[in-house]
Design a protein around this ligand. Structure first.
Ligand SMILES: [Zn+2]
Length: 243
């Protein structure tokens, strides 16, 4: 073998080793080492429903657009809207819970917190079957001590357009579109017409920019994050007790 052939072989070997090292480094080692996936992904989330006259038009619009989202439902409304829960599941959306009666959990005694969560989980399991129904605490309020009482991951948000406050489609849209980045979890409420209208226009605008709408569970997976029970996450890029 000629001298330059040895050189070529050596270069190829070094190049392969470099590629191997890059691939290994790209593997997320823990939940704080999120890596950016190829492409842009965002999770729209909706609290406080379901409510037939607003949630169903939202589901119709999402289906037309091929967008998956996450609903954090109230047990007190879910038990009267089983058909809507089934439709959400059929359309590939993630369903989580938002307590039974929309209480600020940080003010509750432990038994009361457990009751709020268990009662809602039982409704979801009866309608949808066994599952891992993640929790969004109402108002994002829950004490760190109480995290451990929850048997699922806790999800808050990283973008809040305060749709419940303004009830103004244009303001809601602007608040989201001027701040959103790939990996964000957007908080909205599917019980207001203005929010539904804004959400569908946000989907249209962001899809034109190349964003994909995925569930919170999918967003976490895409960023290499495996949410743990009893831990709170604002988004895959903001894990931990930061809210
Ligand atoms: Zn709420």
């Amino acid at each position: 073998m000629k001298k330059y052939q040895y050189g070529y072989l050596l270069c190829s070997l070094l190049f392969s080793l470099c590629i191997l090292a890059i691939i290994q480094n790209a593997e997320p080692s823990d939940e704080t080492a999120a890596v950016c996936p190829n492409g842009k992904y965002v999770a729209l989330t909706f609290d406080d429903g379901p409510r037939a006259d607003t949630t169903i038009p939202l589901l119709d619009g999402l289906r037309q657009r091929g967008a998956r989202v996450t609903f954090f439902v109230l047990g007190s409304l879910a038990e009267w809207n089983e058909d809507i829960l089934l439709r959400m599941a059929e359309d590939g959306h993630q369903i989580g819970q938002h307590t039974y009666s929309h209480v600020a959990l940080e003010n509750q005694r432990d038994w009361m917190l457990r009751q709020e969560l268990t009662r809602t989980e039982q409704i979801l399991q009866r309608v949808l079957g066994e599952g891992d129904y993640w929790l969004r605490p109402p108002y994002g309020l829950i004490s760190e001590r109480q995290y451990a009482l929850c048997e699922t991951p806790l999800i808050t948000w990283s973008v809040d357009p305060e749709d419940w406050k303004s009830r103004d489609c244009e303001k809601i849209k602007k608040a989201v579109l001027t701040s959103v980045q790939s990996g964000d979890v957007i908080l909205m409420h599917d019980i207001y017409e203005s929010s539904v209208e804004a959400a569908l226009e946000i989907v249209d605008a962001l899809q034109r920019q190349g964003y994909n709408f995925v569930t919170v569970r999918e967003l976490m997976e895409l960023y290499g994050v495996t949410p743990a029970a009893g831990e709170l996450y604002r988004s895959p890029l903001k894990p931990g007790r930061g809210y």
